[in-house]
Write a protein that binds this ligand. Structure first.
Ligand SMILES: Nc1ncnc2c1ncn2[C@@H]1O[C@H](COP(=O)(O)OP(=O)(O)OP(=O)(O)O)[C@@H](O)[C@H]1O
Length: 247
């Protein structure tokens, strides 16, 4: 196992009955890399993430995350990673501050540490004025930025973001990506799925999944060149055109 790698997957497969939701995918992600994990609806992205974060047992193949094996060391993986799900993950009837305290406790941080982190986080997101407001009353973009920061509270080695920016405007998405860059600069590996092709251009490397398989994997510039395309959207459309699964 290579210690420099944040994620290593070899022929990783998950079947539901006879249906291979994820079909022998192999890839590596380096520490500190921003890795875009693209694919049309139903391509298998969420299933792959669920295997990598230790929630779903693979049917076959191998994978290690933060140096730990997904089959035998899922608990150790969970301590090393942060996760922000597609469905918004904070408690809407708790306040901003209560959510931070709750998650800090779940991640095992001390009360002092939670306080210090909460102050830092509220100040950097300029959310001090809403610390006692219920999450449900905030705009979606604010909630998403906060959900990202909460997923980073325990300083994970790797953060998995499953469509973190769904439904928000381009300016808020841009701000969200500034948070992602900062996390990566500080050494966190970022594994991100998105349906926004402009965001794919912000990644160090991008993989594109079609019907459970990784059909392309390269830097954005490398993909554009290989497919003689003006942008990643054209590459994506070219690959997705052949897909059987579409929802
Ligand atoms: N528990 C399950 N049982 C049966 N089939 C499943 C299960 N989970 C996922 N699938 C199927 O596996 C395929 C991949 O689903 P998955 O949610 O991983 O795709 P995705 O790429 O994340 O899609 P989306 O972008 O819509 O979230 C889909 O056809 C889905 O219906």
């Amino acid at each position: 196992m290579n210690e420099e790698l944040a994620i290593q997957a070899n022929d990783l497969t998950r079947k539901f009955g006879d249906f291979a939701a994820v079909d022998q995918i192999s890839f590596e992600v380096s520490q500190g890399e921003i890795f875009g994990f693209l694919g049309a609806n139903g391509a298998g992205k969420t299933t792959a993430i669920r295997m990598l974060i230790g929630l779903l047992a693979p049917t076959s193949g191998k994978a290690s995350v933060a140096g730990f094996d997904v089959y035998t060391q899922a608990e150790a993986i969970k301590r090393k990673i942060g996760y922000m799900s597609q469905k918004f993950s904070l408690y809407t009837d708790l306040t901003v501050w209560e959510n931070i305290r709750l998650y800090g406790g779940i991640y095992g941080l001390s009360e002092d540490n939670i306080k210090a982190k909460a102050e830092e986080l509220l100040s950097s997101l300029q959310l001090e004025s809403v610390r006692d407001k219920r999450i449900g009353s905030l705009p979606l973009g604010w909630k998403q930025k906060l959900a990202f920061s909460v997923a980073m509270l325990h300083e994970p080695d790797i953060v998995f973001l499953d469509e973190p920016t769904g439904g928000v405007d381009p300016i808020t998405r841009r701000q969200f990506w500034e948070q992602i860059y900062q996390a990566a600069e500080e050494g966190t590996t970022v594994f991100v799925t998105t349906h926004y092709m402009d965001e794919a251009e912000y990644c160090d490397r991008v993989s594109i999944m079609v019907d459970g398989k990784i059909e392309a994997l390269d830097t954005p510039a490398g993909l554009r060149q290989a497919y003689q395309a003006d942008d990643i959207e054209d590459v994506f459309i070219e690959l997705a055109r052949g897909a059987d699964r579409a929802e």
